[in-house]
Design a protein around this ligand. Structure first.
Ligand code: ADP
Ligand code: MG
Length: 310
């Protein structure tokens, strides 16, 4: 222990007369972090000020002990830090690395609005995206590259179409959408990602709750929207005309990038959209919607093995 610390310690020890107190003071002054702090701030401290503010050194020491022993501290998740404030020793509480990481993860999660998507979606990311020979495929790698490019070039002021990922079940279309949304979150961009068939059901309930307009507007206005599994279900004319067409019309006018995933190619989707569940055929309505989709996104046919099997 440095002579300055020893002198200070002796001075404080002299204030008490029981042994327990003497021992505690010694432990406080033997703490490497407290010693480093006193050394670093020698010029700003005097024996009197250290004596006066000894309770702060003790607080720092005690809190650290509680944290080390995994006991409840005054501010769980926060780490005590010694500092000098207007000539006085003080203790500030700063978020621990673990708390900061949790806060950051929550901020990122809050930037992605998820409507009826698989549980693993928040964990999807580019780093774990399969690109090796076994799992990767040229078209999947191309889709990944385009998604990355989108994230790098994204800007609110400059419209960039999203991707329309077509391809069979299990090739990783949804995973890629999720990874893209999570990457955008890191870049401070908010995304809404929804499973289209479930979204239609949800919006039907919204009619009963009289929240349809509000909920549909929120989706229409999302800075980036991802519509997963479009075409997976028979589309009612209501879902087509009052949901999909309204949302896409808004997004085209406002130039808001939109992603899609589908088991169908754009051509196949056009036929699918032309027929509703009552066997009415409306090719013009379908064409109009397809024009919106083509404006808002670029088609990539993703091929590869079924990742659900591997
Ligand atoms: P699709 O939407 O094309 O039907 P999914 O995205 O649902 O396919 O992928 C099928 C399964 O494979 C999912 O369980 C998903 O978590 C997993 N998966 C897909 N792509 C990857 C990837 N690149 N890395 C890790 N897991 C993946
Ligand atoms: Mg999918």
């Amino acid at each position: 222990m440095q002579s300055l610390s020893v002198a200070m310690m002796k001075r404080i020890q002299a204030q008490g007369n029981n042994q327990e107190y003497q021992k505690t003071v010694e432990r406080v002054f033997s703490d490497p972090q407290i010693q480093a702090f006193l050394n670093q701030h020698q010029a700003e401290l005097t024996p009197e000020s250290v004596q006066r503010d000894y309770s702060k050194l003790y607080e720092f020491f005690h809190e650290n002990q509680l944290i080390l022993q995994n006991q409840t501290s005054i501010a769980p998740g926060y780490q005590p830090k010694l500092l000098i404030n207007a000539g006085q020793i003080d203790v500030a509480y700063v978020p621990s690395a673990q708390l900061r990481a949790e806060q950051r993860a929550k901020e990122l999660r809050d930037r992605v609005t998820i409507i009826s998507m698989p549980k693993w979606l928040p964990a999807a990311n580019f780093d774990d995206f399969y690109t090796d020979d076994q799992q990767g495929s040229p078209s999947r790698n191309l889709a990944l590259e385009e998604a990355l490019k989108f994230c790098m070039n994204y800007s609110v002021d400059h419209f960039q179409p999203g991707l329309y990922l077509s391809g069979s079940f299990g090739v990783g279309k949804t995973y890629l959408l999720g990874a893209t949304a999570n990457e955008l979150a890191k870049r401070n961009v908010k995304t809404t990602i929804l499973h289209f068939p479930s979204f239609v059901v949800k919006m039907r309930q919204a009619i009963q709750n009289r929240t349809l307009n509000e909920e549909r507007d929120q989706v229409s206005q999302a800075p980036v929207l991802m519509i997963d599994d479009i075409g997976a279900d028979v589309m009612t004319s209501w879902a087509r005309d009052d949901l999909l067409a309204v949302i896409l019309e808004y997004r085209m006018q406002a130039e808001l990038p939109t992603f899609f995933s589908s088991n169908m190619t754009m051509n196949e989707l056009e036929n699918h959209l032309a027929e509703d569940n009552k066997d009415n055929v409306e090719p013009l309505k379908a064409k109009r919607i397809m024009q919106r989709i083509q404006y808002l996104s670029r088609e990539i046919d993703v091929q590869g093995n079924n990742l659900r099997m591997s």
